[in-house]
Every structure is written in C-alpha cells, then in structure tokens.
Design a protein. Sequence first.
Length: 277
Amino acid sequence: MKADLHCHSHFSDGKQSPSFLLQRATENRLTHLALTDHDCIDGLASLRRDAKDITIINGVELSCLWNTMEIHIVGLFIDPTHCHIAKLLASQQAQREKRAQAIDKNLQKLGTHGLMSYLQSLPCTAYTRSHIADFLVQEKVCKNKQKAFKTHLGKRGRVYAAASCCSLNEGVTAILKASGIAVVAHPSRYSLSKTKLSSLLDDFKACGGEAIEGSYSNIDPATKAYLSKLAEEKSLYLSVGSDFHDAAATWTDIGKFPALDQQARKNAIWLHPKWHS
C-alpha cells in the first residue's frame, strides 16, 4: 500500500487539476489518494469519477482558530454531502471572499486595481493569499511571491487583512458529523514550542480529533521521530501526505515524503476502523 493523504488542486491553492493529481498518483504507483483542498470539496466528484486503480478518500483541509493561531485540520473519509460540513464550508468560503475584498480595497488605495476580477477568472472556489500573491507578481507590484507576502500580505504588510475562520472545535465537530477522521496537518509548521504543541493536541483530542500528520514533504528525521513519539503518548493515529501544491516545485511530488518507520506504523491511520469500513 502507498497512500498520499494530503494534496491540493486548483480548486484551492494548488496549481493543477484533480485529473493531473490522479495521473501523477498513478505514475507514482499510489494505491490511495486523498484530495484535501482548503475549505472546499469541489474536486472530489471528478476525482472519484475518473479513478480506476486508485482508492479515492474524500478529504478537506479546514482553517481553524486555536488561541488566536490559525491551525489546519484535515478531514478524511468525510461525507461531502453532509449538511453540517456543507454549511461550514460555505461560511469559510464567504469569509475568504470577504478577506479578499478587504485586500482589494487596500490595493485600490495604492493604485492597483483588478484583484477581484482576477480571482473570479480562476477555477478556485476558496480564495487564498497565495492567489493574491500571484496577482501582485502578474501586475508587477512585487518581484516574486515571497516578496508579496513580506511587503504586502503578511501581518505587517501594506494591504494585510486579518483572516476569519471557524474555531478548532467547530472544525473538528463538522468533520466528525460528516463521519470523518480529524487530523492535525503538518504539526511542526506552526512555530509552537513543545509545550504549546502538546496543549494544542490535548485540546484537539478533547474536541474529538484522532490523528496528526507524522510525515510530510521536507520533514526532518528528528521532527518525524518526535511526532511519532507524541502520537504514541497521546494515543493518536499517524497520517501521511505530501501537501502537494505545484508540479513546478521540485521539492515535493504526489506520494513523496519519508515513510513511517516500523514503530510508527503501529499507530498508522490505515489501522483506523474507518479505513476498512
């Protein structure tokens, strides 16, 4: 078995279509693939329709607020037709559009116009700052995306607008009501101390969360070992995923991340009852 349980399409901030992801997964000999777009599920139907030799797992990645910090929670095995998840996603997407509109107003004050028209021309359902950074580069406002985030879109940026999203409890609850498994995405990327990460996982588990990602692109061996130990201590399953966004990025690919070691596999998410139901 070879699974990638975290990747993105052009329906959120990925660059490629679901069909491209499926083709790449086939080329890389995956057996299981989960599409986990940010706050949207629009790519799931076509992915499931076109898949032949790969098992498709319905997924989503929710932006959630925990102690004023944005944390990403992946939902796996969700029922995309469930009313609770549909209602939450509609709210999340509306908040994303509201943020984009606020940034657009700030850009207009600086003499840059056309952001909303640009966003509406894209196939994406969930607008992200990554899309806005692309626009700033296209309009030659910024030299590259890194510069766009540093000078314009970061918290101290010239056009920054704060994000608004659901709480950790609301996000996990929506996943559970849609019959899914809630997973903390890429735990080492939040710049949390070990104490605060432990606190996050305690709160997450209290909400009904069941897993953390234990391996993903560019994770170092020490971090991977620590997450495995943490999952075992807190009785959490370990998920895996590339967090793939763009085929042009040479450091990542569908299915490209370190495998869980033998000890960690004892807590692997494919041992969860939902995997076999």
